[in-house]
Design a protein around this ligand. Structure first.
Ligand SMILES: C[S@@+](CC[C@H](N)C(=O)[O-])C[C@H]1O[C@@H](n2cnc3c(N)ncnc32)[C@H](O)[C@@H]1O
Length: 246
C-alpha cells in the first residue's frame, strides 16, 4: 500500500488523534533502550516519544510520509530518525528494546505470508524478552457501497475548505475493506479541486492475531479493548495487543 498520495491529507485527518499517545509514550519511557516504530507515517507518535527523550527509529515505506515527518521535526525543533523500508524486508543493524506499530499499521499486510514475514522480521530486530505492542481497529463498518460524509471537514489558513467523502467496499472473503476517498477542496474564490484516493486495509480478528504472534515467536499476547487497559468487549473500537519476543 503506497501512502505517498495520502501524505498531504493524512495530518489534516489524523494529527488530532491522541487516544494512543500516552500508552505508547509510557511503553517507550519504560523500555530502557532503543525503540522501533513500524509504519511511523508522518511521525505523529514518533515525535511524541522523541519529545520525551525516547531513542526512537521510525520505519516507514512512503517517502512522502517521511518528508512530512521531517517537516514536522523541523517545525518542532526535534531530531527524528526515519528509516525508509517495509516491515517485511527492512534490515537495521541494531536490536531494539521495544517495537510498536501504532494506529493500524499492520493492516497493510494482506496475506498470512506477508503478516508472518513482517512479524518474524520485527522479532529478529528485538532483544530476547523485548515487548512488542500494536493496535488494530475492531472490524465494524458503516454502510457499504454508499457515498458518505462522516463529518470530516477541514479549514486551512489560506481560507480553503476541504470535505472528505468516502465509499467503502467490503470483501469478506479476503477480509479486505477498501475505502475510496473523494476529497473536495474549495478555495475562497469558489475554485474546486477534486482528488481521489483508494486505501485497502486487511482487517483482523483477535484470535488470528494471537496465532500469528505465536507462529512468529512471540508469547501469547495480552489483549485489551482500550489504551487504558479496559477489556476487549462488544462495543470496543480498538484491539490493543501487548506481547514479548520469546
Ligand atoms: C494508518 S498509518 C499510521 C501512521 C502512524 N503510525 C500514526 O500512528 O499516525 C499506517 C502507516 O503504515 C505504513 N505502511 C504501509 N505498509 C507498510 C509496510 N509493509 N511496512 C511498514 N509500514 C507500512 C503506511 O505507509 C502508513 O504510514
Amino acid at each position: 500500500m503506497d501512502y505517498d498520495a495520502f501524505a498531504d491529507l493524512y495530518d489534516h485527518q489524523y494529527d488530532v488523534y491522541r487516544d494512543d499517545l500516552h500508552f505508547y509514550g509510557g511503553l517507550g519511557e519504560r523500555a530502557g533502550g532503543p525503540v522501533l516504530e513500524i509504519g511511523a507515517g508522518t511521525g505523529r507518535v514518533t515525535a511524541f516519544l522523541a519529545r520525551r527523550g525516547v531513542d526512537i527509529t521510525g520505519l516507514e515505506p512512503s517517502g512522502r510520509m517521511i518528508e512530512r515527518g521531517r517537516e514536522r521535526a523541523a517545525k518542532e525543533n526535534l531530531t527524528l530518525a526515519f528509516k525508509q523500508g517495509d516491515a517485511r524486508t527492512f534490515r537495521i543493524d541494531q536490536k531494539f528494546a521495544l517495537a510498536i506499530a501504532p494506529f493500524n499499521a499492520l493492516m497493510h499486510l494482506y496475506t498470512p505470508n506477508e503478516q508472518l514475514q513482517a512479524l518474524e522480521n520485527i522479532h529478529a530486530h528485538l532483544t530476547p524478552g523485548a515487548p512488542f505492542a500494536f493496535d488494530l481497529y475492531v472490524p465494524r463498518f458503516g454502510k457499504a457501497n454508499t457515498l458518505r460524509h462522516e463529518g470530516e471537514t477541514f479549514h486551512t489558513p489560506d481560507g480553503a475548505r476541504t470535505d472528505v467523502f468516502l465509499v467503502q467496499r467490503h470483501d469478506k472473503v479476503r477480509q479486505h475493506i477498501t475505502t475510496e476517498y473523494h476529497v473536495d477542496t474549495t478555495q475562497p474564490d469558489g475554485t474546486l479541486k477534486r482528488r481521489h484516493y483508494t486505501l485497502t486495509q486487511r482487517y483482523y480478528t483477535r484470535y488470528e492475531v494471537e496465532w500469528l504472534l505465536r507462529f512468529a515467536g512471540f508469547e501469547s499476547p495480552r489483549v485489551t479493548g482500550s489504551f487504558q487497559g479496559g477489556p476487549l468487549e462488544r462495543g470496543s473500537d480498538v484491539m490493543v495487543f501487548q506481547t514479548r519476543a520469546l
